[in-house]
Design a protein around this ligand. Structure first.
Ligand SMILES: [Ca+2]
Length: 125
């Protein structure tokens, strides 16, 4: 009986850990997107996709959806780039634009600085 209990505990622990972030995802992310030095993205690591220990932010949820769509368990650059045109956190900037600017694609409070519109040409008289 003790052995069965131990097996249940170990099995539950293994299943629980599978739900957490896979550290192997981070190198794939880093090789796909080079975060600008000193940017918030460069200092973020797991929080690119996660809120707290295991919950996913909107970008993490889109990564998860893309993994399911690709029927994959391991992240690839192709899976990451498949959601580049989405705006996961709905802040008006695509994931690609945010990752290029070094902001967080899963946090609407983090977004690229607005680009100044070019000055309108002077009206001809
Ligand atoms: Ca965004």
């Amino acid at each position: 009986m003790k052995l069965i209990k131990l097996g249940l505990i170990v099995g539950t622990a293994v299943l629980a850990s599978a739900a957490f972030a896979k550290p192997v995802f981070m190198p794939v992310f880093s090789s796909t997107y080079k975060a600008p030095a000193g940017s918030v993205l460069a200092d973020t690591n797991c929080k690119v996709c996660h809120v707290g220990m295991k919950d996913l932010n909107p970008y993490g949820k889109d990564v998860q959806k893309a993994l399911k769509k690709a029927k994959a368990t391991d992240l690839t650059s192709a899976i990451l780039t498949s959601i580049a045109t989405l705006d996961s956190d709905k802040d008006g900037s695509t994931n690609a634009a945010e990752l290029k600017a070094g902001t967080l694609p899963g946090d609407p409070k983090s977004k690229p600085a607005k680009v100044k519109k070019p000055a309108k040409p002077a009206k001809k008289k």
